[in-house]
Design a protein around this ligand. Sequence first.
Ligand code: ADP
Ligand code: MG
Length: 244
Amino acid sequence: MDKMIEIKNLKKNYGKNEVLKDITETVDKGQVICVIGPSGSGKSTFLRCLNVLEKPTSGKIIFDGQDLAHISEKQLNVLREKMGMVFQGFNLFPNMSVLENIKLAPMKVKNVDEKTARERGKELLDKVGLLDKADQFPDSLSGGQKQRVAIARALAMDPEVILFDEPTSALDPEMVGEVLKVMQDLADSGMTMVVVTHEMGFAREVADEVWFMADGYVQEIGSPEEIFEHPKSARAKDFLAKVL
Ligand code: ADP
Ligand code: MG
């Protein structure tokens, strides 16, 4: 398997709080990884370290052959363009239309011309089922629609991998399905994805690997069946008993 991201001895402290203690794992190309675990176990910190939104205290994040933790800000920005990120809170620009939100980064960062960015933006909106919302403002959309726009916006940069941090946690229950459907389609298309989620049904269906995080470590890795049906550690058993 081709490696997409190699994480080597990753540690992250906030002052005396050792949030990530020693993580060494690999994300392969085309893989869908679901990261599960209790609240406060460092899942968001882990994702933010992958694209160095948080600087690791020590360790390596190797992406495209380069160690992201030890390169210049300029090189880092080039590589970050290849890592999309989708957050719980959508983070759309409220003063721009849906289509403008999607066009912005390709035009600004990649110097894509307006017409190309517009056409591609519309294609992506069509893909997430929101072409008719192109000229509306984010405030007029439902949470599920906003998150689908956020996914289209991430895709507009043609990322090699997309990191999702609890993309459905802020949504009303009836909107979760439409976002998971878009993510499932993306997974089926071969996109490499790292998804922090509490949606165990999604993890079971879509993940190639489930990583169980707790106490600053990835405690267990396995297929959905291995993790959900036959968890090994007491920590994982306890967590799964509460969420399943
Ligand atoms: P999770 O996403 O699994 O709920 P987080 O990564 O958000 O966990 O948080 C893990 C721990 O790191 C928590 O104890 C949290 O308080 C701490 N933490 C997260 N971000 C920061 C920060 N920017 N500054 C200080 N502490 C932080
Ligand atoms: Mg979190």
